[in-house]
Design a protein around this ligand. Structure first.
Ligand code: ADP
Ligand code: ASP
Ligand code: MG
Length: 410
């Protein structure tokens, strides 16, 4: 008998018919002899609706109260799904994050899971229940409700699978696996049969929202067997996240293309080129708890240099406020910013053993007249920052240039 954790996202439980469809699939899987723990998201659009409501009351919603509010979305779905399972004659029992005791830290809106109590769930499973757990939420040591950041139900699923030592964690969504890029942007994108854990981690961190990055980190840490599948198709193997490179005999150089519209660029112009300047600029940014992604400092011509970095769009205002003070302190000439940018990245473990991937990428973009504003690389990815108007064109062009639609490497 296998123990399987199945997570169903918002679209998959978006209305009563879809909830019934999910219930039917779960009951079928149980009838095949499996023990099932289900994690569900709020019905599609619900979390956004709640956030919008909160903003109508408080322009800057109180983080603790926001989590109390947001957790209701998932709480509604667990009850509805449990009812749908009962209607099919199955035994089902729902749990909120705090009822399970998914213990998190107290970082409201982006809490991290510390520990999960598996006892009640195990007892229920042994008695033939389907256990239905609310995704995205937990409870801190003081009993406060917390949430795990947008897309956090994926992390609940993987964390439960790790805690219960499940045989597999299945993430059911509205696409039938992880694709070479978002199939909504490039229709000829191809489903990957397998993707290495490292590549999935890069894809998620570079903007592919099919899996929340923390869920991938969790899966890697506890070696959870993780698969992405469609909740709308009756069969299909989806995409398996693999941990051993040798499973990938015919590794393509590039596995996928990720993109992100959520960043903004800040430039401090005319800063003195001397030791300590990077620290003087980025220290206060870190102190304000603002995440920085790409950083570029140019070579100086006349003892003055320009310093550019990117932050999340939602943090741009804060970053500029911090930098206005810094500008006076370090006597920089000017402060400019641009929030109409995007980041496009190519990812692949095959890059390690191949040279010339970056120049190939830059040529493909140049041939389309796309200007590159910033570049950053790691062992298995190359990212470029572009004007946001080029996002779709750039992703399509690179997808074709790297032969991703045909399973061919360059
Ligand atoms: P859920 O509500 O099930 O959690 P999400 O909307 O969070 O679903 O994630 C699924 C979506 O991720 C897909 O509809 C697709 O548009 C998007 N996506 C982005 N990049 C990829 C990719 N590389 N492969 C598959 N889907 C992707
Ligand atoms: N409902 C939450 C969100 O929309 C969590 C999730 O769906 O994973 O972000
Ligand atoms: Mg999601």
């Amino acid at each position: 008998m296998a123990l399987i954790v199945q997570k169903y996202g918002g679209t998959s439980v978006g209305n009563p018919d879809r909830i019934r469809n999910v219930a039917r699939r779960i009951a079928k899987s149980q009838a095949e002899g499996n023990q099932i723990v289900v994690v569900v998201s709020a019905m599609s659009g619900e979390t956004n609706r709640l956030i919008e409501l909160a903003h109508q009351i408080q322009p800057n919603p109180d983080p603790r109260e926001l989590d109390v509010l947001l957790s209701t979305g998932e709480q509604a779905t667990i009850a509805l799904l449990s009812m749908a399972l009962m209607e099919l004659g199955a035994r089902a029992r729902s749990y909120t994050g705090s009822q399970v005791r998914i213990l998190t830290d107290s970082a409201y809106n982006k809490a991290r899971i510390i520990d999960i109590d598996g006892n009640a769930m195990k007892r229920d499973l042994e008695q033939g229940y389907i256990v239905v757990v609310a995704g995205f939420q937990g409870v801190d040591i003081e009993g406060n409700i917390t949430t795990l950041g947008r897309g956090g139900s994926d992390t609940t699923g993987v964390a439960l699978a790790a805690a219960l030592k499940a045989d597999e964690c299945q993430i059911y969504t509205d696409v039938d696996g992880v694709y070479t890029t978002d199939p909504r942007v490039v229709p000829e994108a191809r489903r990957l049969r397998v993707i290495t854990f490292e590549e999935m981690l890069e894809m998620a961190s570079l903007g592919s929202k099919v899996l929340q990055i923390r869920s991938v980190e969790f899966a890697g840490k506890y070696r959870v067997r993780l698969r992405v599948l469609s909740s709308f198709e009756e069969s299909g193997e989806g995409t398996l996240i693999t941990y051993e490179d040798d499973e990938q005999m015919e590794q393509a150089i590039i596995s996928g293309i990720a993109f992100n519209r959520d960043e903004a660029k800040v430039t401090v112009l005319g800063v003195p080129d001397k030791p300590g300047i990077a620290y003087q600029i980025l220290g206060p940014i870190a102190d304000a708890n603002i995440d920085v992604d790409m950083i570029i400092q140019n070579v100086s011509a006349d003892d003055l240099t320009d310093f550019t970095f990117t932050v999340n769009k939602s943090e741009l205002k804060n970053a500029l406020k911090v930098l206005e003070k810094v500008q006076t302190q370090i006597n920089a000439r000017e402060l400019i910013s641009d929030d109409r940018i995007c980041k496009v990245s190519v990812v692949g473990v095959g890059m390690r053993s191949h040279v010339g991937i970056a120049s190939f990428m830059f040529k493909a973009l140049a041939d389309e007249g796309i200007n590159i504003q910033m570049i950053s690389t790691s062992e298995i990815k190359i990212s470029v920052v572009l004007d946001e108007k080029y996002l779709e064109l750039a992703v399509r062009v690179l997808h074709r240039a790297f032969g991703l639609q045909n399973n061919n490497a360059v």
